[in-house]
Design a protein around this ligand. Structure first.
Ligand code: XIL
Length: 364
C-alpha cells in the first residue's frame, strides 16, 4: 500500500520557484553600502573621518562596519599643517593611525592631500623672506617625497593636488602657483609617482560635477600632466552638493565621462548634500535621498568611476555647519546616528538593475 508523502524534490522546486519569482521584484538587501557598491562592480563605498571622532564609540562602530565602508579617508590627519609643522619637522603619528586603522579593518585607504592652498603651516604662508621658485620648489618636492614614501604601499590613492582651480577654470592664486607657476602641478605628480610607483594619483576638486569652465580646467590639468609623460590616474570629484541644486544623474555622468575619456579613472571623493537649517525635516530628507541616489546612479553608469566616498557618516560630525552658516543635515546618518532616507536610497540605487543571486533583476 502506497503512503502519501510530499516528494522532497517537489518541495525544493517549489522553494526555488518562490525565490525566483520574489527575486523578480527585488534582490535580497545587501549587507550595506560597500557590499552594494561591490555587487555593482565598483571597488568601494567609503567615508572620511577625523581622528578625534574615534573616541565617540558608537560612531566608531559605524566607521568600522566594513559592510558599509570598504574605504576610509583621513579628513585632516595627512594635511600639510598636521604633518609638517616646521621646516625640519614631520609629525606623522595621526596619519599613521589612519593607515593602521584602515589596515586593521581591511579598508582601502585614500590619502588626502599633498598639495593644497589651505591648512598650510605658518612657515609656508608667512615665511621670513618671500618664497622664490628656487626656495619653494625643493620644499614642495621634499614634502611630497616624505609623505608618499612614508605611506608607500599603504594608500590606494593619493589626492596629489587639491583645488588648484578658480570657478572660471583659471589657476587659483596660491603660494604654489604664484611662486612656481603651473609647473608645480606636473612636478607634484612626478615626485609622488617616483616615491610610490603603485599608488593611484588624483587631481581632486569641487564644483566640477557639471559641465562648465571649471570642468574644462580639470581636463586641462589632466592633459598638462599627461602631455609631459607624467602619471595621473584619476580625477576626484569632491561633490560637496547643495540640496535643490545638485546635479542630475545625466549631467554628472556626462562630466565624469569627459574626464575618463582622457584615460583616467574618476571617483566621488567627498560627497555630502547640505540642507538649509530652515528647510530641515522629512521633506528635505526625501529630496536629499534622491540627490544622493543620483550620484550613485551616475557612478554606476560610468565604467571608470571606481567608487564613492561620503565626507563623514553622521550629522553629529560634519564640517558643513562650521563652514556654511545656516546649513547642515548633509550626511546619510542623523545626529542620533540613525539612518536617513539617503541610506536606503543609495543601497537601492546601487542595486537597481542588478542580477540577483537567484536570478531575476532587481526593481528596487
Ligand atoms: C575639511 C575638513 O573636513 C574640516 O574638518 C577642516 O576643518 C577643513 O577641511 N575640501 C577638501 C577637504 O578637500 O580637505 C575639506 O575638509 C573639505 C573641502
Amino acid at each position: 500500500m502506497m503512503r502519501s508523502f510530499v516528494d522532497p524534490m517537489v518541495l525544493l522546486i517549489c522553494f526555488l520557484c518562490i525565490s525566483f519569482s520574489s527575486a523578480q521584484s527585488s534582490c535580497p538587501q545587501p549587507a550595506g553600502l560597500h557590499a552594494a557598491a561591490k555587487a555593482s562592480g565598483k571597488l568601494y563605498f567609503g567615508t572620511a573621518f577625523d581622528d578625534p571622532e574615534l573616541s565617540d564609540l558608537p560612531f566608531a562602530a559605524l566607521l568600522n562596519n566594513t559592510s558599509d565602508f570598504g574605504q576610509i579617508t583621513p579628513g585632516n590627519a595627512m594635511k600639510f599643517d598636521a604633518t609638517h609643522p616646521t621646516p625640519t619637522q614631520y609629525t606623522l603619528s595621526r596619519a599613521s593611525s589612519a593607515v593602521s586603522l584602515a589596515a586593521a579593518n581591511g579598508q582601502l585607504l585614500r590619502c588626502h592631500t599633498l598639495v593644497w592652498h589651505s591648512q598650510l603651516p605658518g612657515w609656508i604662508t608667512n615665511p621670513p623672506t618671500p618664497w622664490t621658485n628656487d626656495t619653494l620648489t625643493p620644499v614642495l618636492q621634499e614634502h611630497i617625497h616624505t609623505l608618499a614614501s612614508a605611506f608607500k604601499g599603504r594608500c590606494a590613492a593619493w589626492d596629489v593636488v587639491n583645488e588648484a582651480l578658480n570657478e572660471d577654470g583659471t589657476w587659483r592664486d596660491t603660494v604654489w602657483y604664484r611662486t612656481i607657476g603651473e609647473a608645480y602641478v606636473p612636478l607634484a605628480f612626478e615626485v609622488a609617482a617616483k616615491a610610490d610607483p603603485s599608488v593611484k594619483l588624483y587631481y581632486n576638486d569641487y564644483n566640477i560635477e557639471s559641465e562648465g569652465a571649471k570642468a574644462e580646467g580639470v581636463r586641462r590639468i589632466v592633459k598638462l600632466v599627461k602631455d609631459r609623460g607624467i602619471p595621473i590616474h584619476g580625477v576626484g570629484l569632491q561633490a560637496h552638493l547643495v540640496s535643490g541644486s545638485a546635479p542630475s544623474t545625466a549631467d554628472l555622468a556626462r562630466v565624469m565621462v569627459s574626464y575618463t575619456a582622457l584615460g583616467v579613472d574618476a571617483a566621488i571623493t567627498e560627497l555630502d548634500v547640505r540642507i538649509k537649517d530652515a528647510d530641515a525635516g522629512a521633506t528635505a530628507e526625501t529630496r536629499q535621498a534622491t540627490e544622493y541616489a543620483n550620484v550613485i546612479k551616475a557612478c554606476k553608469t560610468v565604467a571608470r568611476c571606481v567608487g564613492v566616498t561620503v565626507w563623514g557618516i553622521s550629522d553629529r560630525h560634519s564640517w558643513v555647519p562650521g563652514t556654511f552658516k545656516g546649513e547642515g543635515h548633509a550626511l546619510p546618518w542623523d545626529k542620533d546616528l540613525k539612518k536617513k532616507p539617503a541610506y536606503k536610497a543609495m543601497i537601492d540605487a546601487w542595486m537597481l538593475g542588478q542580477i540577483c543571486p537567484m536570478g531575476g533583476r532587481s526593481g528596487a
